[in-house]
Ligand binder design. Structure first.
Ligand SMILES: *Cc1c(COP(=O)(O)O)cnc(C)c1O
Length: 403
């Protein structure tokens, strides 16, 4: 895309599962001149985004916004809610769960990893059994990834909450929603989550650069007892400044303009409609993969991700060679297989600023790529996806409420 002196006609298809395509209206909003972050105009923006972002997390609790990647928001969650040496129970759903565990080790926490197969979600029964054994209550938190972006598997967070309650265990529940927030239904308050970690560049349709922590009362209480040396990530100082619509350091003003525009767009569509749209596109994508005669990495249909699909390559065929060909011929980026599944899977992102015809273009690019790369498959995936989209007609757009 950034090849100098090269201007391919038409738009690049950025169909990786984040960063996602940024809508034009959001790009234009980011272009507005940077203002005084301590002036009165800023407070209006700050108050608006801080109030509206809570709707996306489905919470009445504070949401802390950092100028950071999602990884920064992971660190903020661990460093505020826990103390060095604390035992934490984590679950190996895939690459991102593994990275979060590595971070916990770097921070001198003591993570215990429930082994997974990189094709399945969190088994809440195993969490309940482990917590029930922990008579001394040494485990201070359970950390899980809601939507494992490396595998396209969505875990049942309400079931994890039930498991913790079933074991009558006081552990905090920390959840990574970086690739599900604003794409797949997620309920911070209803599911009793203590810290929800988010990022800007996936369902929120923004460029990378904002990290989020939605924080429960219990998490705030834990933070006041935390012995982690921390300063930049401290929730308390940010939440205090946020009361006036400000930050105590320079926030990412232009990304907050973008966030404001993205929230306008999401809330005008209505979150239930946003989730239904992602569900349809997930179903149509899976119909295409089945029609090709290829395998979906996620084993359990109840755990299919509606924001991305990981597709298993036939034996002897390299996913990255296919991706390179598709980029070269059709100017489309697909997600690579990460670590354990490198070369064996490619990932189709179908989240964010995405509609029926963007999906059709995406799937057509994949199907043509499979044929050109000589990957064994049956034709007709695009047709199968069209059949799904036709049957489940798009929901009528909601009228935008007058201000
Ligand atoms: C993208 C992603 C991350 C990492 O976010 P960065 O912004 O790259 O730091 C973590 N967890 C999940 C589930 C993700 O999809």
């Amino acid at each position: 895309m950034l090849k100098l002196n090269s201007h391919p006609a038409g738009r690049h298809f950025l169909q990786i599962p984040g960063p996602t395509n940024v809508p034009d209206g959001v790009l234009r909003a980011i272009d507005y001149p940077t203002i005084d972050h301590r002036g009165p105009e800023f407070a209006v923006l700050g108050r608006k985004v801080l109030a509206e972002i809570r709707q996306v997390f489905q919470t009445r609790q504070p949401v802390v916004i950092y100028p950071s990647s999602g990884t920064g928001a992971w660190e903020a969650a661990l460093a505020n809610a826990l103390s060095p040496g604390d035992a934490v129970l984590m679950y190996e759903t895939g690459h991102f769960a593994t990275l979060w565990k590595k971070m916990a080790e770097n921070l001198r926490l003591k993570p215990e990893f429930i082994v997974g197969d990189w094709r399945s979600g969190v088994d809440a029964a195993q969490i309940e059994a482990r917590l029930a054994q922990d008579k001394e209550r040494a485990i201070k938190a359970v950390c899980v990834v809601h939507n494992e972006t490396s595998t396209g598997v969505t875990s049942n967070i309400a079931a994890v909450r039930k498991a913790i309650d079933g074991a009558r265990h006081p552990a905090l529940l920390l959840v990574d929603t970086i690739s599900s927030l604003a794409s797949i239904d997620y309920r911070h308050d209803e599911w009793g989550v203590d810290v929800t970690v988010g990022g800007s560049q996936k369902g929120l349709m923004l460029p990378p650069g904002l990290g989020f922590n939605a924080v429960s009362e219990k998490a705030l209480a834990a933070a006041s007892n935390s012995t982690f040396p921390r300063s930049y990530w401290r929730w308390d100082e940010i939440i205090e400044a946020n009361k006036g619509g400000y930050w105590h350091y320079t926030p990412s003003t232009n990304l907050l303009y973008g966030l404001s525009a993205a929230l306008d767009q999401l809330l005008a569509e209505g979150l239930p409609n946003v989730f239904a749209r992602h569900r349809r596109h997930g179903e149509a994508t899976r119909a295409a993969v089945r029609a090709w005669g290829m395998e979906i990495l996620c084993r359990n249909p109840a755990e299919y991700s509606d924001s991305l699909t990981a597709v298993v390559m036939p034996e002897g065929h390299d996913a990255d060679a296919l991706r390179a060909l598709i980029l070269d011929k059709f100017n489309m980026s697909l997600g690579t297989g990460l670590s354990k599944v490198k070369g064996r899977v490619f990932r189709i992102g179908h989240l964010g600023d995405f509609n029926d015809l963007s999906l059709m273009g995406t799937l057509a690019g994949v199907e043509m790529g499979l044929a050109l790369a000589g990957v064994p498959h049956r034709a007709g995936g695009v047709q199968a996806a069209m059949n799904v989209l036709r049957q489940a007609a798009a929901p009528a757009p909601i009228e935008k409420k007058a201000a």
